[in-house]
Design a protein around this ligand. Structure first.
Ligand code: PEP
Ligand code: MG
Length: 577
């Protein structure tokens, strides 16, 4: 039966393919009693799941060796095989099934919890970290018990169809892993349009719809799906006519995209000769390939927190230095703005568990610079790595979530301290590195004095600035309709910051999602903005707007428009700009 579900359009384009359901609560298993006479069958079901996973791991091991994957990958699979073969995991649950006459899933999770508790007590850090491996192996067995033991890799091979991930929710850490898989699109029940999950989706340039409320329970594995990431619609089991219509629309979109490619080498200059710098936002060093492919003017925002995710241990100074240097060197003299760790709220890292507090209201809690100032050793490690990488090109340090003068001062002091440490260890580094701050808290935008006095550049993070100005959680689909970049209060803060920067001769950029949305390009140019940073996939569309704009005329029109107090009219007037 064909039906459509509506959600929030977060990453444009059309994907047509088969559903792959992702369970994000695998460990919350049902508990039910098994009749005495069915106990042997339940034990047999458990043993079969173990042997399915064993075969699966052997397959992964073979593929890893054949494809020349790094040695760590093979070692990692070996550890999982050893854990699986350990009687504590493959035998003990059988006894639990026998003693309690319960289902295999529940018995396995009981045993896992006991093992994990023992790992947590271990003195040796390496062994303690193996706890996560135990959990991952148990997740694989649970999947096998529920019959979903096919791997993503197997589905990928269907040449004619995309793989569409359907999940209740995806964390930014989950989504970043899609960068190494071939995913056609995704849909989730939860999420807002500027959540980091949505931002990562846009950077992958795959169609995505979030905030669908109840899509996941209505979709089965392998259902045929159309994801319309431009209109925020998901069509389940479309009929032949609808399918044909969407195939045609997909072709038209592809054609439009390839036309835009002609703008790649064109300069981003307005009709009246104003140069606009179009830079790129990246999450991982390999995103630089995309940045170079569209000939961006630099990296305007490198979100370093993704280097800290999906791993059990923190990246040390050398690992961070290598990652930052790789980006700086690849950009060959163009500016690279690297943001210090912005962890917290929806971005979590399991390697930081223990130092990360469970905050009652994470978006207002100990995130970003607040977290770094509370963990100076962790911060100093990153600062040393950044300063060292600065020796190899034009690196700028950007500090997120600043609001108070003392936060700016403490940060600058720590940077001086990191420099002193590097002098003592005789490392080469950039003595005169530019340090800038993000304007993403209304208090910062309203009291810019200390920012303009102590910092060398500013970058407006409109995603958080809108979240905090309008008091709406950017990850919560229930209030997504209130997320409005055109609210007069937001425009006043953005416009005021740009103008204050111009007056003080301090460069101001916008690096939030507003900068990459072509419908706002003319408005921002009219406000005086000359530096935009966005995902590489959005640069050509924005450039198209730039080359058709007259900055001087826009400035007059926008000044007039912002004087008006009627937000509803503003949207209309914006279209006529
Ligand atoms: C922002 O808040 O606009 C921003 C660019 O930072 P992030 O989206 O990573 O919070
Ligand atoms: Mg932010």
């Amino acid at each position: 039966m064909t039906f459509a579900i509506f959600g929030l359009a977060v990453s444009p384009g059309i994907a047509i393919g088969r559903a792959h359901l992702i369970s994000n609560a695998t460990l919350e298993v049902a508990h039910y009693a098994v009749k005495e006479r069915n106990v042997p069958a339940e034990i047999e079901r458990f043993a079969e799941a173990i042997s399915t996973v064993q075969t699966e791991l052997e397959g992964v091991r073979r593929e890893a060796s054949a494809s020349g994957a790094p040695a760590e990958m093979a070692a990692f699979v070996d550890i999982h095989s050893m854990i699986l073969a350990d009687p504590m995991l493959c035998e003990a649950p059988k006894q639990i099934i026998r003693d309690n006459r319960c289902n295999a899933e529940w018995a396995l999770v009981q045993q896992m919890e006991q093992l994990v508790a023992e790992f947590d007590q271990m003195e040796d850090a390496y062994l303690r970290e193996r706890r996560q491996d135990v959990v991952q192996v148990v997740e694989r067995v649970l999947k096998a018990l529920s019959g979903h033991h096919r791997k993503l890799g197997k589905r990928e091979q269907r040449a004619d169809e995309d793989l569409i991930v359907v999940a209740h929710d995806l964390s930014p850490a989950d989504t970043i892993q899609f960068k190494s898989l071939k995913i056609g699109g995704f849909v989730t029940d939860l999420g807002g349009s500027t959540s980091h999950t949505a931002i990562v989706a846009r950077s992958l340039a795959i169609p995505a719809v979030v905030g669908m409320h109840n899509a996941r329970p209505l979709i089965r594995d392998d259902d045929l799906l159309i994801v319309d990431g431009s209109r925020g619609v998901l069509i389940v089991e479309p009929d032949a006519k609808v399918l044909e219509e969407y195939r045609l629309r997909r072709e038209a979109l592809d054609l439009e995209r390839s036309k835009l490619k002609r703008l790649k080498s064109a300069k981003a200059i307005t009709l009246d000769g104003e140069h606009i710098s179009l830079q790129a936002n990246i999450e991982v060093p390999r995103d630089v390939d995309q940045v170079k492919a569209v000939e961006a003017d630099g990296v305007g925002l490198y979100r370093t927190e993704f280097l800290f995710m999906n791993r059990d241990t923190l990246p040390d100074e050398d690992e961070q230095f290598e990652a930052y240097r790789a980006v700086v060197k690849a950009m060959a003299g163009k500016p690279v703005t690297i943001r210090t760790l912005d962890i917290g709220a929806d971005k979590t890292a399991r390697a930081l568990r223990g130092t990360e507090r469970q905050s009652p209201n994470p978006a207002l809690g100990l995130r970003a610079i607040r977290y770094c100032l509370a963990e100076p050793q962790l911060f100093l490690t990153q600062l040393r790595a950044l300063l060292r990488a600065g020796h190899y090109g034009k690196l700028k340090i950007l500090v997120p979530m600043l609001a108070h003068t003392h936060e700016i001062e403490q940060t600058l002091l720590l940077i001086e301290h990191a420099k002193e440490q590097l002098r003592q260890t005789r490392h080469k580094f950039d003595e005169d590195v530019d340090v800038g701050g993000m304007i993403e808290i209304p208090a910062a935008a309203l009291a810019l004095g200390p920012f303009l006095k102590r910092l060398r550049f500013l970058s407006i993070g409109t995603n958080d600035l809108i979240q905090y100005t309008l008091a709406i959680d950017r990850t919560d689909e229930a209030v997504a309709h209130l997320y409005d970049p055109l609210h007069p209060a937001v425009l006043r803060l953005v416009g005021g910051t740009i103008q204050a920067g111009l007056k003080a001769d301090i460069p101001v950029a916008v690096c939030g999602e507003m900068a990459g949305d072509a419908q706002f390009t003319r408005l921002l140019i009219g406000m005086g903005l000359r530096q935009f940073s966005m995902h590489p996939s959005q640069i050509l569309e924005v450039k198209q707007q730039v080359v058709m704009a007259d900055a001087m005329a826009l400035s007059t029109k926008v000044t007039r428009l912002l004087r008006g107090e009627e937000p509803d009219k503003l949207r209309e007037q914006l279209e006529r700009l």
